[in-house]
Design a protein around this ligand. Sequence first.
Ligand SMILES: Cc1cc2nc3c(=O)[nH]c(=O)nc-3n(C[C@H](O)[C@H](O)[C@H](O)COP(=O)(O)OP(=O)(O)OC[C@H]3O[C@@H](n4cnc5c(N)ncnc54)[C@H](O)[C@@H]3O)c2cc1C
Length: 296
Amino acid sequence: MKEKLRKIQDIEILENVDIKEYTTFKISCKVRYLIKPKNESSLRDVIKILKTESIRYKVIGKGSNLIFVSSTFDGVLISLDSFNNLKIEEEKVIVGAGYSLMKLAFETANLGLSGLEFASGIPGSVGGSLINNAGAYGSDMASVVIAAKVLTKDDEIKRFTKEELKFCYRSSYLQYKSDFICLEVEFQLEKKNKEEILEIIKKRREKRWEAQPLEYPSAGSVFRNPKEKSAWELIDALGFKGKKIGNAEVSQKHANFIINRGNATGKDVKKLILEIKEAVKKEYNIDLIYEQEFVE
Ligand SMILES: Cc1cc2nc3c(=O)[nH]c(=O)nc-3n(C[C@H](O)[C@H](O)[C@H](O)COP(=O)(O)OP(=O)(O)OC[C@H]3O[C@@H](n4cnc5c(N)ncnc54)[C@H](O)[C@@H]3O)c2cc1C
């Protein structure tokens, strides 16, 4: 496989990588190959080889929603970091899937474009955020996305409209299609007063720093909020704050965050998450749904 991959132009192949450096949780996990295609054509060539050789692969964005459970990942990771084209025409923005959503939020705000204020504290890529319909403060990707360019499982490049993307709370059609890859996203923003947009962003960032343990590595909120109550309230009421397994700890600041206190392992984090889920089910008969994703 390696020889075949090496023949592809415009890719970077990293070998024996610790994925710790590529995720916000900073959990160690060894990966044999991390491949960075530089354009659509090389991405398609990589996928074709991996499929022909029946090798498991997974695309990663900024790794801000992932928990690598084991100490090794048996497959190939594909990073779209190089898919970072950006085109802004009036209120329309077209941006590569690998682009940082946070960076985009600041850049558009500075141009007086409103719509991505919610995203200024979300450390994901544009592609990963589309897949998860990332959101905050009553807004989300669905509120501003008009379409996405996608590489389908049949090696076709197709434009999916907002309707076809079927956004729901923290989810989209593509979340259930692991062999579809988001290449580019189109946003419709709105011209507004730049100072007002920047002020909203500033206030929200202050609020985040007050409420969330951003000084520690994590993957953000562990569970989606059920309709009955916020997940953090349920977890807090059961006394989980400060509960530790190894170096994975339920944050004292925000009960729906698990933080990495040092060399937490994916297994520690998973164990803690399952313990919380079980306790909430037992006490409240509520099935908490994961917001984060276990990569096994
Ligand atoms: C401190 C902190 C705060 C957070 N706050 C929020 C918040 O307020 N709201 C919120 O919604 N989330 C939040 N998150 C979670 C996370 O940032 C979002 O879910 C983000 O959108 C994930 O993007 P990513 O690029 O990191 O995706 P990753 O974690 O890398 O991947 C997520 C999933 O998307 C897939 N994927 C990634 N890119 C592509 C692509 N181009 N094509 C196809 N599949 C792809 C991956 O295979 C994986 O299944 C927070 C996380 C942290 C650490």
